[in-house]
Ligand binder design. Structure first.
Ligand code: GUN
Length: 302
């Protein structure tokens, strides 16, 4: 959006994307659907989370997921294991959850301890209950454009762009980061029919990253390096989506830490047409996407 100042200089009016408010709106829509399901005599959707160990970040994320379920009227279950659980014990639990007719979907919170193969655990999950969208079958369906459970962060970002009516068709989208959870699936979603962006996936071996980023109409930072994206890497009027959520020491806060994004917000924001904050941008959309996937599982699996 453009405005003109007194010296006839074109100024860009920056819009701060409110992921928290958007996620709250979607939660309201989900809660309405749950009410209707229950009124129709069906049971409410049921999500389980498997948490191994006591990593601070994972504890927080899982607690939020359980709280989100309560807010929209879902049932939730938390299955805990100590760090020394064996891979076979975890696989046995996955099989049990796969076969539980009372459960619509479940997640195994990552990362797992080093002695456990994440690949083997993910492959043991029934794709029909894989509401994280991590199973190779669901990733394959995503690539082929077949409806499936979409990985939560990419799903949340595309939904955010849609709800803010941000044009994507024919736009040059640069994604920095190629993780299995965010960068790679997001590159597929952004280039799929209906979204129609021209996508570049940049990574640690990309040459002249600054120049590549500066050509983006939509720049998505998902590399997990606090304040990596600086103003010189951003085109005037770009849409900037910050996926970073690194905990940094902050002795002045009660918890002793706070979240930092991958974008140097203060210097980048004035150049943008739209930008997501951290916190309150992509994070709440990731959480609500898990609820959307669980609702979908409850509808298609019964
Ligand atoms: N660890 C970080 N993000 C995620 C996620 O979306 N799902 C799971 N299962 N683990 C994670």
């Amino acid at each position: 959006m453009l405005a003109q100042d007194d010296n006839s200089k074109i100024l860009i009016k920056m819009i701060l994307i409110d992921g928290k408010k958007t996620a709250e709106d979607i939660k309201g829509e989900i809660a309405e659907q749950v009410k209707q399901m229950v009124a129709d005599g069906k049971r409410a959707p049921h999500l389980a989370a498997v948490l191994v160990g006591h990593d601070g970040g994972s504890e927080t994320y899982v607690a939020f997921k359980i709280k989100d379920c309560e807010e929209v009227g879902f049932r939730s279950s938390l299955v805990r294991f100590e760090d020394n659980v064996t891979e076979d014990e975890l696989i046995a639990k996955v099989h049990e959850l796969n076969n539980d007719p009372d459960l619509d979907g479940f997640i195994v919170q990552l990362p797992l301890p080093k002695h456990i193969s994440e690949k083997r655990i993910i492959e043991a999950i029934d794709p029909r209950k894989d509401v994280d969208g991590f199973h190779p079958v669901n990733v394959g369906r995503l690539v082929l454009g077949i409806p499936t459970f979409l990985s939560a962060t990419p799903y949340g970002i595309v939904e955010l762009l849609k709800r803010y009516r941000i044009p994507t068709s024919g736009k040059n989208c640069v994604i920095v980061g190629r993780s299995n959870i965010v960068g790679r699936p997001l590159s597929i979603l952004m280039s799929q029919k209906g979204v129609n962006a021209t996508v570049t996936v940049a990574h640690s071996q990309t040459k002249d990253l600054e120049k590549v980023c500066a050509e983006a109409d939509i720049l998505i930072a998902a590399l997990g390096s606090p304040e990596f994206i600086t103003a010189n890497m951003v085109k005037e009027g770009a849409v900037v989506i910050d996926v970073g959520t690194t905990r940094v020491n902050a002795p002045e806060t009660k918890s002793g830490w706070r979240l930092k994004g991958d974008v140097k917000f203060d210097e980048v924001a004035p150049k943008c047409s739209y930008i997501t904050p951290v916190p309150g941008g992509v994070g709440p959309m990731t959480r609500v996407s898990l609820l959307l996937n669980t609702l979908l599982a409850a509808k298609i699996n019964r």
